[in-house]
Design a protein around this ligand. Structure first.
Ligand code: 13P
Length: 254
Protein backbone atom coordinates (compact mmCIF):
# COMPACT_ATOMS: atom_id res chain seq x y z
CA UNK A 1 0.00 0.00 0.00
CA UNK A 2 1.12 3.54 -0.74
CA UNK A 3 2.61 5.16 2.37
CA UNK A 4 1.84 8.68 3.57
CA UNK A 5 4.92 10.42 4.91
CA UNK A 6 5.93 13.68 6.56
CA UNK A 7 9.69 14.01 6.21
CA UNK A 8 11.80 16.77 7.75
CA UNK A 9 15.05 17.71 6.03
CA UNK A 10 16.92 19.75 8.60
CA UNK A 11 19.73 20.54 6.15
CA UNK A 12 22.75 22.20 7.86
CA UNK A 13 20.80 23.67 10.77
CA UNK A 14 20.37 23.40 14.56
CA UNK A 15 22.69 22.99 17.53
CA UNK A 16 22.77 19.58 19.24
CA UNK A 17 20.50 20.93 21.98
CA UNK A 18 18.02 22.27 19.45
CA UNK A 19 18.06 19.01 17.52
CA UNK A 20 17.38 17.09 20.70
CA UNK A 21 14.49 19.37 21.68
CA UNK A 22 12.97 19.26 18.20
CA UNK A 23 13.03 15.45 18.08
CA UNK A 24 11.50 15.03 21.52
CA UNK A 25 8.86 17.70 20.99
CA UNK A 26 7.66 16.33 17.66
CA UNK A 27 7.42 12.80 19.08
CA UNK A 28 5.49 14.01 22.13
CA UNK A 29 3.11 16.18 20.11
CA UNK A 30 2.54 13.56 17.43
CA UNK A 31 1.80 10.86 19.99
CA UNK A 32 -0.65 13.13 21.81
CA UNK A 33 -2.37 14.73 18.82
CA UNK A 34 -2.00 12.66 15.67
CA UNK A 35 -4.42 9.86 15.00
CA UNK A 36 -3.59 9.12 11.35
CA UNK A 37 -1.32 6.52 9.81
CA UNK A 38 1.40 8.58 8.16
CA UNK A 39 5.04 7.90 8.96
CA UNK A 40 7.60 10.48 9.99
CA UNK A 41 11.17 10.73 8.71
CA UNK A 42 13.78 12.98 10.30
CA UNK A 43 16.86 13.81 8.21
CA UNK A 44 19.29 15.52 10.61
CA UNK A 45 22.87 16.52 9.88
CA UNK A 46 25.33 13.60 10.09
CA UNK A 47 26.78 14.40 13.55
CA UNK A 48 23.31 14.14 15.10
CA UNK A 49 22.14 10.87 13.56
CA UNK A 50 23.14 8.76 16.55
CA UNK A 51 21.58 11.09 19.08
CA UNK A 52 18.34 11.44 17.15
CA UNK A 53 18.19 7.69 16.66
CA UNK A 54 18.53 7.17 20.39
CA UNK A 55 15.66 9.61 21.07
CA UNK A 56 13.29 8.15 18.48
CA UNK A 57 14.03 4.45 18.37
CA UNK A 58 11.03 3.51 20.55
CA UNK A 59 8.62 5.83 18.70
CA UNK A 60 6.42 3.83 16.33
CA UNK A 61 6.28 5.12 12.76
CA UNK A 62 9.36 7.35 13.14
CA UNK A 63 12.33 6.77 10.84
CA UNK A 64 15.78 8.25 10.48
CA UNK A 65 17.41 9.41 7.25
CA UNK A 66 20.84 10.69 6.26
CA UNK A 67 20.92 13.65 3.87
CA UNK A 68 23.29 12.02 1.37
CA UNK A 69 25.80 9.16 1.14
CA UNK A 70 28.92 8.26 -0.80
CA UNK A 71 28.62 5.75 -3.60
CA UNK A 72 31.72 3.73 -2.66
CA UNK A 73 31.85 0.97 -0.10
CA UNK A 74 34.76 2.54 1.86
CA UNK A 75 38.16 4.05 1.21
CA UNK A 76 40.13 7.25 0.78
CA UNK A 77 37.25 9.73 0.41
CA UNK A 78 38.01 12.39 2.98
CA UNK A 79 34.91 13.98 4.43
CA UNK A 80 32.47 11.43 3.03
CA UNK A 81 30.12 8.96 4.72
CA UNK A 82 29.38 5.43 3.56
CA UNK A 83 26.10 3.53 3.51
CA UNK A 84 27.38 1.08 6.12
CA UNK A 85 28.19 3.96 8.50
CA UNK A 86 24.74 5.42 8.03
CA UNK A 87 23.12 2.08 8.78
CA UNK A 88 25.39 1.60 11.81
CA UNK A 89 24.05 4.74 13.50
CA UNK A 90 20.42 3.74 13.06
CA UNK A 91 19.28 5.33 9.80
CA UNK A 92 16.91 3.40 7.55
CA UNK A 93 16.50 6.01 4.80
CA UNK A 94 18.74 8.36 2.83
CA UNK A 95 17.99 11.44 0.73
CA UNK A 96 19.56 11.17 -2.71
CA UNK A 97 19.72 13.87 -5.36
CA UNK A 98 18.41 16.79 -3.35
CA UNK A 99 18.56 19.86 -5.59
CA UNK A 100 21.13 21.42 -3.25
CA UNK A 101 23.39 18.41 -3.90
CA UNK A 102 22.74 18.65 -7.63
CA UNK A 103 23.30 22.42 -7.67
CA UNK A 104 26.16 23.03 -5.22
CA UNK A 105 28.00 19.70 -5.33
CA UNK A 106 27.63 18.89 -9.01
CA UNK A 107 25.75 15.63 -8.47
CA UNK A 108 24.24 14.43 -11.73
CA UNK A 109 21.97 11.54 -12.65
CA UNK A 110 24.77 9.04 -13.37
CA UNK A 111 26.37 9.57 -9.98
CA UNK A 112 22.97 9.55 -8.28
CA UNK A 113 22.15 6.21 -9.88
CA UNK A 114 25.28 4.78 -8.22
CA UNK A 115 24.27 6.27 -4.87
CA UNK A 116 20.83 4.69 -5.22
CA UNK A 117 22.45 1.29 -5.88
CA UNK A 118 24.71 1.68 -2.89
CA UNK A 119 21.81 2.63 -0.61
CA UNK A 120 19.75 -0.35 -1.73
CA UNK A 121 22.71 -2.70 -1.36
CA UNK A 122 22.82 -1.76 2.32
CA UNK A 123 19.06 -1.91 2.86
CA UNK A 124 18.59 1.86 3.02
CA UNK A 125 15.42 3.30 1.48
CA UNK A 126 16.39 5.98 -1.07
CA UNK A 127 14.30 9.14 -0.96
CA UNK A 128 15.09 10.25 -4.49
CA UNK A 129 14.62 14.00 -5.08
CA UNK A 130 13.99 15.64 -8.42
CA UNK A 131 12.61 18.88 -9.77
CA UNK A 132 13.04 21.65 -12.29
CA UNK A 133 14.57 25.12 -11.89
CA UNK A 134 12.60 28.28 -12.58
CA UNK A 135 14.46 28.73 -15.83
CA UNK A 136 13.50 25.23 -16.95
CA UNK A 137 9.86 25.76 -15.97
CA UNK A 138 9.69 29.03 -17.87
CA UNK A 139 11.23 27.37 -20.92
CA UNK A 140 8.44 24.76 -20.85
CA UNK A 141 10.85 21.99 -19.87
CA UNK A 142 9.29 20.97 -16.56
CA UNK A 143 8.11 17.53 -17.58
CA UNK A 144 11.11 16.64 -19.71
CA UNK A 145 13.55 17.63 -16.93
CA UNK A 146 11.65 15.58 -14.38
CA UNK A 147 11.48 12.62 -16.74
CA UNK A 148 15.23 12.80 -17.32
CA UNK A 149 16.02 12.93 -13.61
CA UNK A 150 13.59 10.11 -12.83
CA UNK A 151 14.82 7.80 -15.57
CA UNK A 152 18.50 8.77 -15.22
CA UNK A 153 18.70 8.02 -11.51
CA UNK A 154 16.26 5.14 -11.17
CA UNK A 155 15.12 3.34 -14.29
CA UNK A 156 18.11 1.01 -14.33
CA UNK A 157 16.58 -0.63 -11.23
CA UNK A 158 14.71 -3.91 -11.27
CA UNK A 159 11.00 -3.65 -10.45
CA UNK A 160 11.69 -5.16 -7.05
CA UNK A 161 14.31 -2.54 -6.21
CA UNK A 162 12.32 0.35 -7.65
CA UNK A 163 9.39 -0.54 -5.42
CA UNK A 164 11.55 0.29 -2.37
CA UNK A 165 12.22 3.88 -3.49
CA UNK A 166 10.36 6.99 -2.31
CA UNK A 167 10.18 9.93 -4.74
CA UNK A 168 10.25 13.58 -3.71
CA UNK A 169 9.28 16.20 -6.26
CA UNK A 170 10.92 19.46 -5.22
CA UNK A 171 10.70 22.29 -7.75
CA UNK A 172 13.92 24.21 -7.16
CA UNK A 173 12.15 27.57 -7.43
CA UNK A 174 9.92 26.67 -4.48
CA UNK A 175 12.69 25.61 -2.08
CA UNK A 176 13.31 28.03 0.74
CA UNK A 177 11.70 30.83 -1.24
CA UNK A 178 8.28 30.90 0.39
CA UNK A 179 6.93 30.33 -3.13
CA UNK A 180 4.97 27.10 -3.04
CA UNK A 181 3.93 25.30 -6.18
CA UNK A 182 0.17 25.62 -6.43
CA UNK A 183 -1.66 22.37 -5.65
CA UNK A 184 -2.46 22.13 -9.39
CA UNK A 185 1.18 22.60 -10.44
CA UNK A 186 2.35 20.01 -7.92
CA UNK A 187 -0.39 17.52 -8.77
CA UNK A 188 0.38 17.84 -12.48
CA UNK A 189 4.01 16.80 -12.00
CA UNK A 190 3.16 14.09 -9.45
CA UNK A 191 0.62 12.55 -11.82
CA UNK A 192 3.19 12.75 -14.61
CA UNK A 193 5.84 11.02 -12.51
CA UNK A 194 3.40 8.28 -11.56
CA UNK A 195 2.49 7.82 -15.23
CA UNK A 196 6.18 7.49 -16.12
CA UNK A 197 6.62 4.91 -13.36
CA UNK A 198 3.52 3.09 -14.66
CA UNK A 199 4.93 2.99 -18.19
CA UNK A 200 8.23 1.59 -16.92
CA UNK A 201 7.17 -0.76 -14.10
CA UNK A 202 3.42 -1.29 -14.43
CA UNK A 203 0.26 -0.36 -12.61
CA UNK A 204 0.83 -1.98 -9.24
CA UNK A 205 4.25 -0.46 -8.61
CA UNK A 206 3.07 2.96 -9.81
CA UNK A 207 0.03 2.89 -7.52
CA UNK A 208 2.15 1.89 -4.54
CA UNK A 209 4.87 4.48 -5.19
CA UNK A 210 5.01 7.20 -2.52
CA UNK A 211 5.62 10.62 -4.08
CA UNK A 212 6.31 13.49 -1.67
CA UNK A 213 6.12 17.17 -2.48
CA UNK A 214 8.80 19.56 -1.21
CA UNK A 215 9.18 23.32 -1.51
CA UNK A 216 7.89 25.75 1.12
CA UNK A 217 5.42 23.31 2.67
CA UNK A 218 3.89 25.08 5.68
CA UNK A 219 1.06 24.32 8.11
CA UNK A 220 -1.26 26.61 6.16
CA UNK A 221 -0.74 25.01 2.73
CA UNK A 222 -0.10 21.38 3.66
CA UNK A 223 -3.71 20.22 3.69
CA UNK A 224 -4.49 21.59 0.26
CA UNK A 225 -1.33 20.09 -1.24
CA UNK A 226 -1.83 16.70 0.43
CA UNK A 227 -5.46 16.46 -0.66
CA UNK A 228 -4.34 15.81 -4.25
CA UNK A 229 -4.59 12.20 -5.37
CA UNK A 230 -0.92 11.83 -6.33
CA UNK A 231 0.67 13.77 -3.45
CA UNK A 232 1.47 11.38 -0.62
CA UNK A 233 3.06 13.75 1.85
CA UNK A 234 5.83 16.28 2.16
CA UNK A 235 9.58 16.68 2.31
CA UNK A 236 9.80 19.76 4.48
CA UNK A 237 12.78 22.06 4.98
CA UNK A 238 12.30 25.30 6.94
CA UNK A 239 9.04 24.35 8.64
CA UNK A 240 10.52 21.04 9.84
CA UNK A 241 12.80 23.00 12.19
CA UNK A 242 9.83 24.11 14.28
CA UNK A 243 8.17 21.33 16.24
CA UNK A 244 4.71 22.89 16.18
CA UNK A 245 4.79 23.61 12.46
CA UNK A 246 6.10 20.17 11.54
CA UNK A 247 3.50 18.47 13.74
CA UNK A 248 0.73 20.49 12.09
CA UNK A 249 2.04 19.41 8.68
CA UNK A 250 1.98 15.78 9.83
CA UNK A 251 -1.60 16.29 11.04
CA UNK A 252 -2.59 17.38 7.53
CA UNK A 253 -2.04 13.75 6.44
CA UNK A 254 -4.69 11.05 6.94
P1 13P B 1 11.76 24.39 2.25
O1 13P B 1 10.60 23.66 2.90
O2 13P B 1 12.56 25.19 3.24
O3 13P B 1 11.34 25.13 1.06
O4 13P B 1 12.78 23.23 1.75
C1 13P B 1 12.30 22.19 1.00
C2 13P B 1 13.37 21.17 0.87
O5 13P B 1 14.37 21.40 0.20
C3 13P B 1 13.21 19.89 1.56
O6 13P B 1 14.16 18.97 1.16
Amino acid sequence: MRKKIAAGNWKMNLSPKEAQALTSEVITMAQAEYTGHAEVIFAPPFPYLSMVHHLMKEAKGFHLAAQTLHEAESGAYTGETSAAMIVAVGATHVLIGHSERRQYFGEGNDLLAKKVDQALKHGLVPVYCLGETLEEREAGETLSVNREQLAGGLFHLSAEDFSKVILAYEPVWAIGTGKTASPEQAQEVHAFLRAEVRAQYGEEIAENCTILYGGSVKPDNAKELFSNPDIDGGLVGGASLKSRDFTEILKALP
